[in-house]
Every structure is written in C-alpha cells, then in structure tokens.
Design a protein around this ligand. Structure first.
Ligand code: MN
Length: 231
C-alpha cells in the first residue's frame, strides 16, 4: 500500500513537472514570437521634444494625445504590419514613401508627414526664420509675411484631407505645394521642410471648422531651428 502511494505521488509529481515544463516551452515560444514581432516592428513613434500640453492654446493637449498618440501610432503600426514579407521590409521610410503605392504608401506617407509635423513645434517657437532659409523665403515671396499668407491660403485651399508643404528642390529653390491625403513633396524629388496638416483630426477639437484660424495660429509654435536644419 505504502509503495503504491509512493508510486502515485511520484507519478503526480512527474505529471506536474511535465505540465510546468510544457508551459515553459509554450512561454518560450511566445517570447520567441514576441521577439520576432519586435524585430519586425521597425518604425516607432518619434519622441516629442515637448509635453503634450506644452503647445496650448495653439494645439490642445487632447488633440496632441489623440493625433500623436493614436492617429500617428496607428499609421506606424499599420505600416509595420503591411511591410512584413514585402520588398519594403528592410527599407528606410523615405524610400518606402517614394516607391510604394496603395495602403503601404498611405501609411508610410502619413508616418513621414507626422514625424516632420510633430518635430516642427516648440513651446518657445514662433518668430521668423533666420539665415539662408530666411533669404530663400524673401527671394521667393518678397517677405516672411507674404510667405505666411500664401502658405495659409494654400492650406485653406486643400479640398478635404491633406497637407500644405514648404519644400526645396536640389538647387535650394522653395515651393509651396498642396498635397491630398498622405501626399509629401518627396515623391516629386523635393525635400520637405515644413508641413501643416489640414486633416480635420489636426484641428477640429480646438478650432472646429475654422481651418484658417488654426493655420494662422500655428506660426506661434513653429521651431524655426528645426525647420531650418532641413534646408
Ligand atoms: Mn494628422
């Protein structure tokens, strides 16, 4: 009887330990899967150089939290999922935007656009650009005031969702262009310097339908050091 009980106990212990090791293997597999997923999760949210409430009242905290934390994160997550198993899996973001179309282009374009957008602001921003960017703006539009007027007019003139961009060509000549949806001047060979997002998600909580008012306010938070560094 004693021997039988012992055998029974031993068997139970064996059963438990085999269950535990099966769980360990399964956990290890999960970890491996997670690691593989992490490896493929290539693009990440850029870190904001300001607090989410630091741009108030020009852009409200809730708008930043949703626009940066939800909209941009979703574009990045979609992009990371879409490129798995495609020729874009190990390609830099700019190249993907230039060479893709369809859903990959939409999500890559919006990832690039918002990376530029959110890194163009500072709570200590505003004022005017200096140096060679200021010279180029004056050469093209006569004055900074006139440039701002033309830029806002172009942004107001985008029908539906899209962007207004300041970009430069290889010779350093500046352009203001309207782009629908996820468009970026990089697809036409230009370098984007500054983009204002005119999708309603960028301003509706703070300005409702008043897109022009929103665009006019944005100049107060532009980090011209960051923008000039792209020129
Ligand atoms: Mn947006």
């Amino acid at each position: 009887m004693k021997k039988m009980l012992f055998t029974c106990l031993t068997f139970s212990v064996l059963l438990i330990s085999s269950t535990v090791s099966a769980e360990n293997i399964s956990n290890n597999n999960n970890n491996n899967n997670n690691n593989q997923k992490t490896k493929a999760m290539k693009f990440e949210l850029p870190k904001l150089p300001y607090a989410t409430n630091a741009l108030e009242p020009v852009i409200g905290q809730q708008t930043i939290e949703l626009h940066y934390g939800k909209h941009l994160q979703t574009y990045i997550t979609n992009l990371n999922n879409l490129i798995v198993g495609t020729k874009f899996e190990n390609v830099d973001l700019e190249t993907i935007v230039k060479e893709s179309d369809g859903a990959i282009f939409n999500n890559a374009g919006q990832t690039l656009n918002h990376n530029i957008y959110f890194l163009s602001f500072s709570p200590n921003g505003g004022g005017e650009p200096k140096g060679k960017l200021a010279d180029a703006i004056n050469a093209e539009w006569g004055s900074f005031e006139n440039f701002k007027k033309e830029f806002v007019a172009a942004g107001v003139g985008v029908f539906g969702s899209g962007w207004v961009w300041l970009s430069k060509d290889n010779a350093g000549k500046l352009y203001i262009t309207k782009e629908p949806n996820a468009g970026n001047p990089i697809t036409k060979g230009n370098t984007p310097l500054l983009g204002f997002d005119v999708w309603e998600h960028a301003y509706y909580l703070d300005y409702q339908n008043r897109r022009a008012d929103h665009l006019a306010e944005l100049w107060k938070i532009i980090d011209w050091n960051a923008v000039s560094a792209r020129y």
